[in-house]
Design a protein around this ligand. Structure first.
Ligand code: SF4
Ligand code: SF4
Length: 415
């Protein structure tokens, strides 16, 4: 069932129906009809590719509040190291944190602390596992991809909350102690690199609820912080103790490298991830202990709601994380087991033709028959990404064969 919330909106005034997006969507979730694109939510993995590839900026990530914003006694900004990578390396994380804090937050808290908790847990978990490889659970777009296309790999997913959720919990606990407030009086605000994370707060994966009160795209925070940085006095800067490896999680390979093992593989970019998961589905790569999959090119630094080029951002993260290599780290005694999944991750059936196997087989036959009638050139003029997807749309009642521009033209020429 489609959720009533979806983390991506389309501005119909900007969309001209160019069909650029339909071919780039990795799950064939977009259709164009009457010169306007629309997303089939049940097929969407919230990867944000459509946001990145639309030449008219018609898609955008939503800002989402999960409770009334004015209800909170204090506000905490949960800062992902990705934010640091959006600025030149001369701008110290301390200055960025300070600017964010002076925008009206009582506290700032770094997501890298949550990453350290996951790393610690993963090291222990990998030693106990026979089913390999274990697939990282930090990218919600990948979890959804597995639910939709690789359900037999669900049991390979690392069963722990993301660093963002863990850091949000830690931040709130710390503030409760410091200010004597109740959990519900504290708002935790997160600036997200991607719609996938917004979606994971709306519909939590593996747990019942989110620790995030509001999420907004990083590009919005970037504009605000850029202005504030100009006026931030040096003495107002926050002292931070981030771990170098926690910062490094923002780029692909960072979380795997933190584990200190050889048998791992980082994969970035949704198409690459799909081809690797296909290999694993066929029983290959079982020698690997850990597979770090990131939907975005170069990892989260390549998220569609960031402002910086993913390659520039990636190199900045490397530089920033190296700066903290020999610095003392603020460690937490929090038990990672507190954040294990409490709900199973279920397969999603949106890519199946029917829940009922016999009906699905019948529909598959109809798809094959319909496909024979189509020109099989995947032109996209019908608004579907391929002739096969169009044939499925016809069989599922979402389109009619008259929507095929090529066939219609041919029949006109014959007359
Ligand atoms: S977010 Fe990704 S899966 Fe969803 S419609 Fe856009 S490109 Fe397709
Ligand atoms: S790689 Fe990171 S930024 Fe990209 S979709 Fe996954 S969690 Fe979001």
């Amino acid at each position: 069932m489609p959720s009533k919330y979806h983390p991506i909106n389309l501005d119909p005034d900007k969309c001209i129906g160019c069909t650029n997006c339909i071919k780039r969507c990795p799950t064939e979730a977009i259709r164009v009809s009457n010169e306007k694109a629309s997303i089939m939510q049940e097929k969407c993995i919230n990867c944000g590719t459509c946001i990145s590839v639309c030449p008219y900026n018609a898609f955008h990530g939503v800002t989402k509040g999960y409770r009334g914003v004015s209800e909170y006694a204090i506000k905490i900004a949960l800062v992902d190291p990705i934010v640091y990578s959006q600025f030149a390396t001369e701008v110290a994380p301390e200055a960025i944190l300070s600017a964010i804090k002076s925008s009206g937050c009582a506290e700032v808290f770094e997501v890298s602390k949550g990453a350290d908790v996951v790393t610690k847990f993963t090291k222990k978990y990998l030693n106990l596992q026979k089913k390999t490889p274990i697939i990282s659970s930090s990218c919600p777009a990948i979890i959804r991809l597995i639910q939709l296309r690789f359900p037999e790999l669900i049991h390979h997913i690392l069963p722990i909350d993301s660093p963002v959720e863990i850091a949000a919990f830690m931040a709130r606990e710390e503030a409760m102690r410091k200010y004597g407030l109740k959990a519900e009086e504290i708002g935790v605000y997160y600036s997200t690199p991607c719609p996938a994370r917004t979606a994971s707060f709306m519909n939590p994966l593996g747990t019942d609820s989110t620790n995030i009160s509001m999420s907004l795209p990083i590009h919005k925070v970037f504009g605000l912080v850029s202005k504030m940085l100009k006026g931030t006095p040096a003495k107002a800067q926050q002292r931070v103790h981030p771990s170098s490896s926690g910062i490094d999680w923002s780029r692909v390979g960072g979380q795997a490298a933190a584990l200190g093992i050889d048998e791992y593989m980082p994969v970035d970019g949704i198409e690459n991830v799909i081809s690797v998961l296909e290999e694993i589905e066929y029983g290959k790569m079982r020698h690997l202990k850990f597979l770090e999959c990131q939907a975005c090119v170069n990892g989260c630094v390549g998220g569609s709601l960031n402002v910086e080029n993913p390659y520039i951002a990636q190199s900045r993260i490397r530089i920033i994380s190296n700066r903290y290599k020999d610095k003392p780290v603020e460690t937490s005694n929090i038990k990672a087991e507190k954040f294990l999944f409490t709900r199973p991750i279920h397969p999603l059936h949106a890519t199946k033709l029917d829940q009922d196997l016999s009906k699905a087989l019948l529909k598959l036959e109809q798809v094959e028959e319909t496909l024979k009638e189509l020109p099989d050139i995947d032109c996209g003029a019908c608004g579907a990404p391929s002739c096969r997807a169009f044939a499925e749309d016809i069989v599922q009642g979402r389109a009619t064969i008259d929507d095929c521009v090529v066939l219609t033209r041919k029949s006109h020429l014959k007359k």
